[in-house]
Design a protein around this ligand. Sequence first.
Ligand SMILES: N[C@@H](CCC(=O)N[C@@H](CS)C(=O)NCC(=O)O)C(=O)O
Length: 218
Amino acid sequence: MIPTITAFERSPDRGRGLARDMRVRWALEEVGQPYDVRLLSFSEMKESAHRMLHPFGQIPTYEERDLTLFESGAIVLHIAERHAGLLPDDANARARAIAWMFAALNTVEPPIVDRAMAMLLEHDKSWYEERLAILEDRVRVRLGELSSRLGDANWLDDAFSAGDLLMVTVLRRLNGSGVLEKYPNLCAYVARGEARPAYKRAFDAQLAVFTGKPPTSR
Ligand SMILES: N[C@@H](CCC(=O)N[C@@H](CS)C(=O)NCC(=O)O)C(=O)O
């Protein structure tokens, strides 16, 4: 059965791969699983029909037979556990890859999202510049630590895994910000992720929703 995910009918990022359905699309593309997409307006996301699937009225969700999931990390983990290609076979390596999934969403993403939210919602406040500096420092601390750990490796723990998939989608939020660019190995890491054919197919599919033009990379 083909799973169905939900995505923005009109994504605020204009389909540039920042909405969190991108992670799910990318994971599905990596494992070669076709999927359907149900597009939702902001008001539809808050209606009770969607809240039955997602208690917080957000995207993405994932439906497959009698299973409904929310939270992009949980969905990617589910896909990675059901298909080969996103988690190593070795039990210890698999546990480490899952640790990187949590690290991406729980340790690296929060300061990056806090910075983005401040830029979006607080830019007119008198204390904005001061707060932004604090938030950027927090991002820099995490990037510095991640950069040291990655070193000159291609991926976080040997082969590409769902941990890298999530980490790349998290770091991409900083593309062009001038913050990520201070860490050349992280920029190269993100570029490696973006160069994967599965990433490109997922990106094109998400962009096509916004432009209304069919994806080119299939
Ligand atoms: N932790 C959740 C976050 C989901 C989330 O923030 N989704 C955004 C789109 S990327 C959304 O639906 N925003 C609209 C809203 O919250 O009203 C996940 O990873 O799935």
